[in-house]
Write a protein that binds this ligand. Sequence first.
Ligand code: WTA
Length: 637
Amino acid sequence: MPKKQERDLTDVLLSSQKKYKPSKKIIKEANVKDYEKTLKQAAKDPVKFWEEAASELSWFKPWEKVFDDSKKPFFKWFTGGKCNLAYNALDRHIETKTKKRTAILWEDEIGRTRKYTYQQLYWEVNKLVNALRGIGVKKGDRVAIYMPNIPEIATAMLACAKIGAMHSVVYAGFSSKALADRINDARAKVLFTADGSFRRGKIVDLKSITDDAIKETKSIKKVIVVKNNNAKIKFNKRLDVWYHDFIKGQPVEAKCAKMDAEDPAFVLYTSGTTSKPKGVVHVHGGYPVGVLRTIKWVFDLRGDEVFWCTADPGWITGHSYIIYGPLLAGITTLMYEGVPDIPKPDRIWKVVEKYKVNVLYTAPTLIRAMMRYGAEWPAKHKMASLRILGSVGEPINPEAWKWYYRYVGKNRCPIMDTWWQTETGMNMITPLPAASLKAGSACKPFPGIIADVVDKKGKQVPVGKGGYLVIRNQWPSMIRTIFNNPKRYIKTYWGQIKGVYFAGDVAFKDKDGYFWIQGRTDDVLKIAGHRIGTAEVESAFVSHKAVVEAAVIGVPDEVKGEVIKTFVILKEGFKPTDDLKIELKKHVRKTLGPVAVIKDIAFLDKLPKTRSGKIMRRVLKAKELGQELGDTSAMVN
Ligand code: WTA
């Protein structure tokens, strides 16, 4: 076993002993003061727990039934109820004094800022609703959004939800091909984009990427372009319209669609084990119930707060905790378009200080990157406003946890390590501020969630032993189906271990019932917290003329958590040169987008395979890491 892994493991074992107890102040201020009691109470009747949570939202018509499992695994929540996701996130605040509060604070890398109160955001969204209705967007349509982290991504999402059209946000680090595939799968009618975005001082030319994508699609009737940085773009008069022209003169009031609780609100594509991403569907009723309850309890929100989630709206973390969560709770969300270390490594801490951020929710990869720069950078800034810290996206190693705790939270702010997924919609395994913490553990399931660690047959494994992470019950903000592919929904999540939701992660529980998540069991990678399928990367390699076959594995990396290593078999006539490696890396970047950074390529003559022809990535990985090969009886070569 390599040295780093050995150290990490010892670290984990030691961490499982030490507990970080919440301070009296934290408990006094907590929304949930008695952690264990609340867990126990919710466990007695989770459906009742979620019903109570749903009563915090506004309903046009109350539900008739809280939970319906008559068509398993197509579970339903709050059936008969009428509501709207955008109404709950925005419209209802206009009837209260929240309308005067700042909804969105925005800053970009070059220091430009903007600010919207709830009232202003409401007007902006309504103008867009009217303009979209004007071009025929209606309930049930799909709208693709390919934008940077700017306020208009929020107005676009909210406007769709208000109309009852499903938004499909595609992360702006994906390529034109990836965007086209997602537009085609959803048959999106309209596409939102921007002329460009700033990243590390450079302009990312989003518009030309969307232009390329449009060539591969037939369904898009209109492209709405935000002028974000005056980049020179090609403007197609038939198809394109500037966002500001599009909403010009539109009324500031608009009718809100009354949706059934189970009507789909959005689709968000995520990677699975095949090369085709899955369109995860979330609904108007249950999704906000889970998101609001978690953001309030996990981050202890109250009143006038500034919440900064450093993710991108293109991922579920951004959907739930940059856009919908903070707005559902009526607080201020901070959107920062850029990287955390430009112009200097303390940009992130500067932003915390400047906006008096109360809750900072970020990813282990970012913490590790900041750790490398050193503790002197956060030390330069007063961050007294910080109360609670959060982590999400991948397991946080105890070393990074402790650094975050000490140098960012100054030993004062509890860290909420939240385990969850695109499919779960909300935080699932996470402490609450009043819980005792262990560095590197996601603590216990959120109240109303029953999680477990089991073997292949679904039997609980003993304490300290690794197994599959599963959820035994259902919850309101869970995935409803895979867009256009209900069979894949059944097979992926409910077909692996009988009767439970299969998450695809491995974990163990310690003697106190704390969960330690160890990573994916399937062929899904987590590169700097971003979810990418090995099959997607492999198919990008194989689309190059020199490649016959490719196998992708994730290898541990100090900062990114995991990086991609690829084993490639070349076609006859192609030489394994360094130039070819560079060309292949470029090709994959073009095919998949900058999210897929290839660290290393090795040329092989053959790949280890099973009799049925499946590549044994596990064997490649074990060899790469110098570990035991394990059971290789199925291997033919
Ligand atoms: C991983 C992101 C350990 C996990 C919200 C999961 C985590 C996948 C954590 C989902 C965490 C997320 N500790 N692992 N706190 N949070 N993961 O869909 O492997 O992009 O299955 O959702 O991220 O990734 P997704």
